[in-house]
Design a protein around this ligand. Structure first.
Ligand SMILES: Nc1ncnc2c1ncn2[C@@H]1O[C@H](COP(=O)(O)OP(=O)(O)O)[C@@H](O)[C@H]1O
Ligand SMILES: [Mg+2]
Length: 272
């Protein structure tokens, strides 16, 4: 596909920077934090390589501090890597960030919401920033609010929302420009089990729109329920990668938690 073609929302064809690339590719990626205030340098990402296919829901699973957010932040261009390469939609994060920004939606770990606006006003604001047409904003907003069960609360100011509702609102905002690639950093933190399940169903339904979704989680159940493949990360290194079922079978375990335990000798939730 050539660079000059436009994004065709009707067919959901992705327009990528090079011929038939993976949606995302990471090669020997490293991020080391150093500085006057840091006593010992931190190898937050320590030589990780993987690729993600178009249309895949891909999970970065690992305990707190494993390096998941750092990887997402590099892929979104929020921070620079120390070494290695990262490509999003075939574009190099070091060279073509503006192209990448046209392709991605981001739901950051910390909710980015205007507390004194209600849900609808927040969504409209971000939709306008992304230059989405008014009718499109309204159509998408209604659909997403309904699917997530937020319609009734949508005229209430965001400062009155629970943590889970704020995350749902952030998810809608990340989707308002209908991006082909979506990054969700701990999308269901702070949600009660019922809301979490509604949100899982919603994220799963996005598969039908052929989006590539990269999500981070420390919930094993979430990774198993949602992800086509997971990369299990520990201390900045990739310790396993594959479809949850295959990993479980390969390591002769009952679930992904056991896989992690078998490989690292620790439980994922121990570090949290
Ligand atoms: N700005 C920073 N300065 C120094 N260390 C950092 C910074 N951001 C993250 N780290 C460290 O990098 C490691 C990975 O963090 P992070 O990517 O946030 O992990 P995760 O998202 O898996 O919980 C942790 O040890 C964390 O303390
Ligand atoms: Mg994180």
């Amino acid at each position: 596909m050539s660079k000059s073609e436009n994004i065709d929302n009707t067919s959901n064809e992705l327009i990528f920077g090079s011929a038939n690339p993976n949606a995302i590719e990471v090669k020997d990626l490293r991020k080391t934090y150093t500085g006057k205030k840091i006593i010992k340098e931190v190898k937050a990402v320590d030589g990780i390589s993987f690729s993600i296919n178009k249309g895949e829901i891909f999970g970065l699973l690992g305990p707190n501090g494993a390096g998941k957010t750092t990887i997402i932040n590099i892929l979104c261009g929020l921070i620079n890597q120390t070494e290695g390469d990262a490509f999003v939609g075939g574009y190099d994060v070091k060279k073509d960030l503006s192209k990448i920004k046209e392709l991605i939606g981001v739901c950051p770990q910390q909710a980015a919401i205007y507390q004194y606006l209600n849900a609808k006003e927040n969504i409209e604001l971000f939709g306008n920033l992304y230059l989405v047409k008014k009718e499109e904003i309204n159509k998408r907003m209604k659909g997403f609010l309904d699917l997530l069960g937020l319609s009734e609360a949508s005229n209430r100011k965001a400062k009155k929302y629970s943590g889970g509702m704020l995350r749902q609102l952030n998810l809608i905002i990340a989707l308002i420009s209908d991006p082909p690639i979506l990054f969700l950093d701990e999308p269901t933190v702070g949600m009660d089990p019922r809301v979490r399940r509604t949100t899982w169903k919603f994220i799963n339904s996005l598969k039908e729109t052929n989006k590539t979704i990269v999500l981070t989680t420390h919930y094993i159940e979430e990774a198993e329920a949602l992800c086509d493949r997971v990369a299990i990360i520990d201390y900045g290194k990739l310790v396993a990668i594959g479809p949850p079922k295959e990993l479980i079978e390969k390591h002769d375990c009952k679930n992904l938690e056991e896989v992690f335990l078998k490989i690292t000798g620790r439980r994922i939730l121990e570090g949290i």
